[in-house]
Design a protein around this ligand. Structure first.
Ligand SMILES: Cc1cc2nc3c(=O)[nH]c(=O)nc-3n(C[C@H](O)[C@H](O)[C@H](O)COP(=O)(O)OP(=O)(O)OC[C@H]3O[C@@H](n4cnc5c(N)ncnc54)[C@H](O)[C@@H]3O)c2cc1C
Length: 480
């Protein structure tokens, strides 16, 4: 197999699908290679037992932590990537979150908010993002929190959900961490790929994992295509990495090592570094009365005293919340507690530390390594501890005792930052146009590029970045 395209995109998550949509829509000959397959439509992606208890859709890829212990990151290899499972909270970063903030170890973006703004708008339109009316239980909780004077402020949470989802209780109670069967969630496949998949200039191949990138025989700074695990070769003028923040850097590390560029390129040292994933905790607040809200995840809570943090309700119903209660208590009791619980997802922006990194396969190790330690980010860790403590105190004051659990290293839902964008090739990997510094035609459009991850969820920014990179490519501003 030796096929020629204008653009090859590796991976079909938020970034890969947005780039595929924009490039195919503009008439370019595009090949999208996705390692996973399309998810089934038989209802199994909404089945709590299969999705949560058994985890049958999660990747089984093994990794090592910083101490060499194995674990399985929460990655999903399927058409649409992690967006099929996401909680659909699509939030813009704030303008100041594009700037450096040394005290919180935050790197600057190479572009300002205003340069991404038109692409945020386009992404919001394509994904049909809108707020939902807060439901009675949450309205009551937030009202009491606001009155108790601890500084909590609620704002509507923008969601990529069809308004009619509330008429489908099974989907409405299972959109966060589940994949919609009725297409009531705007994920990357449904909202972007389905708009262009009929075009003759777009080819989508699933079950095709890219193994390595192919160099021009005269000039390794220029790629000619990619090779898949089954030995297939595909040629293109431009290659776009969109395999996700744990995977794109490993493809690039492999390429630089086999071509000898690792010795020469200033940016080689920065590849895989500055891994971020937010400091995350799940909190369950228990009340004496059952909770009946359906969507739940309709408001974002902020507090000026915790400027790098945000809180959103978990879109989990009582049945699902009961699965988070430790197995020490009997099932019937956990179920009864679950129905009286409201779940919250607490997140704090983790800064960048170069030592927090993805390593392809260190020193002949059997597995890749995710060397990440929140102790390297003292300011973020301190703020997250305050967030957990202050929020649980506020909940207790309004009569809701709460218990929190921090999300471990395997919680890679918000993985980003391993090929950071920046102006300086010694400290960043891609430039302001998404092109790898000093390579001719290799671009990055997934969450790897995020120099800062902000206090809120990353997908809308990844979609917007990919739309921007694709537009600049097709306008020929950066000819390959
Ligand atoms: C349970 C859950 C809830 C979440 N909730 C939210 C939310 O509410 N809001 C939000 O903004 N974000 C949320 N996220 C995070 C969001 O899904 C990710 O930030 C986003 O999907 C990242 O996009 P990406 O393009 O970087 O990578 P991904 O979406 O991970 O896509 C990467 C793709 O590349 C493919 N791939 C990997 N290696 C190869 C290879 N070698 N060859 C070919 N293909 C390859 C993978 O199979 C995958 O399809 C959530 C995630 C999870 C898991």
């Amino acid at each position: 197999m030796n096929e020629r395209y204008q653009d090859i995109i590796i991976g079909s998550g938020a970034g890969g699908s947005a780039a595929a949509y924009a490039l195919a829509h503009a008439g370019r000959r595009v090949l999208l290679l996705e390692k996973g397959r399309e998810l089934p439509h038989d209802g199994s992606t909404l089945d709590v037992d299969k999705v949560i208890r058994q985890g049958i859709f999660k990747s089984k890829e093994r990794w090592l932590d910083k101490n060499g212990r194995t674990f399985e990151p929460e990655e999903y290899f399927n058409l649409g990537g992690k967006t099929k499972w996401y909680g659909a909270a699509l939030v813009r970063f704030e303008p100041h979150e594009f700037e450096a903030e040394p005290a919180h170890q935050c790197l600057p973006w190479p572009i300002a908010y205003r340069e991404l703004k038109p692409y945020y708008e386009r992404a919001e339109e394509l994904l049909g993002v809108h707020p939902f009316e807060p439901e009675p239980d949450l309205r009551a909780i937030v009202g009491k929190l606001a009155r108790n004077g601890a500084g909590w402020r609620a704002q509507p949470l923008m969601l990529a959900l069809d308004s009619s989802i509330v008429e489908h209780p099974e989907e409405a109670a299972h959109f966060d961490a589940f994949a919609s069967v009725k297409n009531l969630k705007a994920d990357a496949q449904h909202a972007l790929l389905e708009r262009v998949q009929q075009l003759p200039n777009l080819t989508i191949r699933t079950g095709q994992a890219v193994r390595d990138l192919i160099a021009d025989s005269d000039r390794p700074e220029r790629l000619t295509g990619v090779r898949t695990e089954d030995g297939g070769e595909f040629r293109a003028e431009t290659v776009l990495l969109a395999a996700g923040a744990l995977h794109s850097p490993r493809l690039l590390q492999g390429y630089l090592e086999t071509t000898g560029l690792a010795e020469r390129l200033p940016c080689a040292e920065a590849i895989g570094r500055n891994y971020k994933c937010h400091l995350l905790s799940a909190m369950l607040a228990f009340s004496a009365t059952p909770k009946t809200d359906l969507l739940r995840k309709t408001l974002l809570l902020l507090n000026e005293r915790l400027p790098h943090s945000s809180i959103q309700p978990l879109g989990f119903d009582g049945e699902l919340l009961s699965t988070l209660i430790p197995g020490l208590v009997p099932r019937w009791f956990a179920r009864a507690l679950g129905h009286r619980a409201y779940g919250f997802f607490l997140q704090t922006e983790d800064g960048s530390d170069p030592a927090n990194r993805v390593v392809a396969k260190a020193n002949g190790a059997q597995y890749p390594q995710l060397d990440y330690d929140p102790a390297r980010l003292p300011a973020a860790r301190e703020e997250h501890q305050r967030l957990v403590r202050d929020f649980s105190r506020s909940l207790l004051k309004i009569g809701l005792p709460a218990a929190a659990q921090s999300i471990p290293l395997a919680g890679t839902a918000h993985a980003c930052g391993t090929l950071v964008a920046g102006h300086d090739p010694r400290t960043s990997v891609v430039d302001a146009d998404g092109k790898i510094h000093d390579l001719d035609n290799l671009y990055v459009v997934d969450g790897s590029i995020l120099p800062r991850s902000s206090r809120a969820n990353p997908s809308l920014t990844i979609y917007a970045w990919a739309l921007r990179v694709a537009e600049r490519l097709q306008q020929g501003e950066r000819p390959a």
